[in-house]
Design a protein. Structure first.
Length: 119
């Protein structure tokens, strides 16, 4: 599965962005998916994950109540709605297949998208 995230940009504190992740292949609907992020100078970290049927969702404490993950299996697309953004959300965001629920991804990473939150 090839993954490409988009939708990042520059936003002020308190603003919103919606990220999308397009996946190639017919088997997207069978995998749990997640979002991860990597801030400058820091390791990549787990943000949120969604099961294949959208029935189970997990969020990192740092984004709980502000971010919403969703997926459209008919469109092979994963989404991340980010509200009330904070400067500490600044990072490159990546989508990934989940290898071990909820936060261990498969090793290959697609193109990420940069989110910059100004104070």
């Amino acid at each position: 599965v090839q993954l490409q995230a988009c939708g990042g940009g520059l936003v002020q504190t308190g603003g919103s962005l919606r990220l999308s992740c397009a996946a190639s292949g017919r088997i997207f609907s069978t995998y749990p998916m997640g979002w991860f992020r990597q801030a400058p100078g820091k390791e990549r970290e787990f943000v949120t994950a969604i099961s294949s049927s959208s029935g189970i969702i997990v969020y990192a404490d740092s984004v709980k109540g502000r971010f919403t993950i969703s997926r459209d299996n008919a469109k092979n697309t994963l989404y991340l709605q980010m509200n009330n953004l904070k400067p500490e959300d600044t990072a490159v965001y990546y989508c990934a297949r989940i290898q071990r629920w909820p936060s261990v991804p498969f090793g290959s990473w697609g193109q990420g998208t940069l989110v910059t939150v100004s104070s």
